[in-house]
Design a protein around this ligand. Structure first.
Ligand code: FES
Length: 153
């Protein structure tokens, strides 16, 4: 009869090695599945900041008077507004309160942040609600059929 000691000193069987390897791989995969999201959260993404200082935000005729569009300017949203009196104005669309994306309210003729009901005038000034600062303004000029928005220098 085989004793407990004799059984432990016997060489491991190939089936046991497989089970151990699979269990080890499972444990490693579990650890990786916990660490990967944490590292992705902590480490910034490798997205190159746009060095472009201007972008075509829209085409002439695309925006009726008293309308606005949010467009991408580098890595951030920006807003282009065709004012009720026919001028183009553009600002960052990142609210100065907590960073929500603002939008144009044609019914109020103001720029509105839906997160906490912040309001900005058509000059970008914070006029009501929690936003502490004005929106950064961009320059707008029409080049042929393009409405080009540039960062102020
Ligand atoms: S994030 Fe815009 S008002 Fe709060």
């Amino acid at each position: 009869m085989e004793t407990e000691q004799e059984r432990d000193s016997s060489p491991p069987q190939p089936g046991r090695r497989w089970v151990s390897a699979l269990l080890g791989a499972g444990v490693l995969a579990s650890i990786a599945s916990f660490l990967y999201p944490a590292l992705r959260y902590v480490l910034p993404p490798r997205i190159a900041e746009s060095t472009s200082s201007s972008v075509v935000a829209a085409k002439v005729g695309q925006l009726k008077d008293n309308t606005g569009i949010v467009f991408r300017f580098g890595s951030e949203p920006a807003i282009l507004i065709h004012t009720p009196d026919g001028k183009y104005v553009a600002f960052t669309a990142v609210c100065t309160h907590l960073g929500c994306t603002v939008q144009y309210r044609s019914d109020l003729h103001e720029i509105w942040c839906p997160c906490h009901n912040g309001m900005y005038s058509l000059t970008g000034q914070n006029v009501s609600g929690p936003p502490p600062r004005p929106l950064a303004a961009y320059k707008v000029h029409v080049q042929g059929e393009d409405i080009v928005v540039s960062r102020s220098a």
